[in-house]
Design a protein around this ligand. Sequence first.
Ligand code: ISE
Length: 337
Amino acid sequence: MTSSLVRVGIIGTGNIGADHVDRVAHQVSGARVEALFDVMTDRVSALADSVGARSLPSARAVIEDDAVDAIIVASPAEFHAELSLFSIAAGKPVLCEKPLAPTNDECQIVVDAELEKGRRFVSLGFMRRYDAAYRHLREHLDGDKIGIPLHLRCVHRNPDVPPTFTSEMSMTDAVIHEIDCARWLLGEEISSIRVISGKSTPDAPHGLRDPQLVIMESTSGVLVSVEIFVAAQFGYDVRCEVSGSRGFSSMGYQDLGDYVTVAGRHSAFSPNWRVRFGEAYRLEIQDWVNGLAVGEIRGANAFDGLAATTVAQAGVQAVRTGDIVPVHLPTRPSLYD
Ligand code: ISE
């Protein structure tokens, strides 16, 4: 780092990328936005001007720019692995939005690139790890407050999705978060997955099975169930309850901001994940920047990305076949211990 502020280059300035520009510029300390790239050139120039950054002609130009210390990748998922690889080749830390890549093979190539360099560069944007409610859940598990975890019961509801959304995308775009949370909360891998779909909501885009019930098992046999319901209409709703051998701990059930009026009882749901997890995203970026200042790469890593994509892809197969699909993960290299 040649400046006391981490100079960040951001690639992709759509919804989440634009949020990250605002976070780096105004909501975290120790960093500033140095350069941006987006294929939508009009959008990116105005955004760059608003935060005193430069708009560059390509993603690679951002990564290789001498005045950029670290990269945030918020482009569409199919570019994540390639841009992470360019960042690794340039020797620059990269905070990549989930997923690390849509396929296991591409994720493995990123892991291999880090192994070859003998150090980690990639932090993966599994922001739920920074959410206060999920952190409490993990403290209860780590503190042995509820005994041995036996069942994680998760709910993931989105108000709506684009008309092109498919039953498989429910696994790769949405359930991938519960996959990461389950691994992070339990400290174990997922060993199998099956997906059951029943009656679909009439509000689902044509062909989308919604809701679906996902049932996973961890290596020690903990059950992880997820109701994934992406055309739920009323708002964004994420819950998780862990049943343990001596109690339970839950999030998302008690903290919905309920209020009561003469007209009845109301629950204030977030409109979308950008609002619900806004603070988690901010804390994730702050921790990333704080880590870089002391030479550490923090947050979920590239192997976490490989593991999550591997389970999500097994989930895709489970959607298509209805089978219980075993998950085959490579052994975790010591770089990721
Ligand atoms: C979206 O892509 C996300 O990443 C959100 O975190 C997730 O909750 C949502 O379901 C996805 O569509």
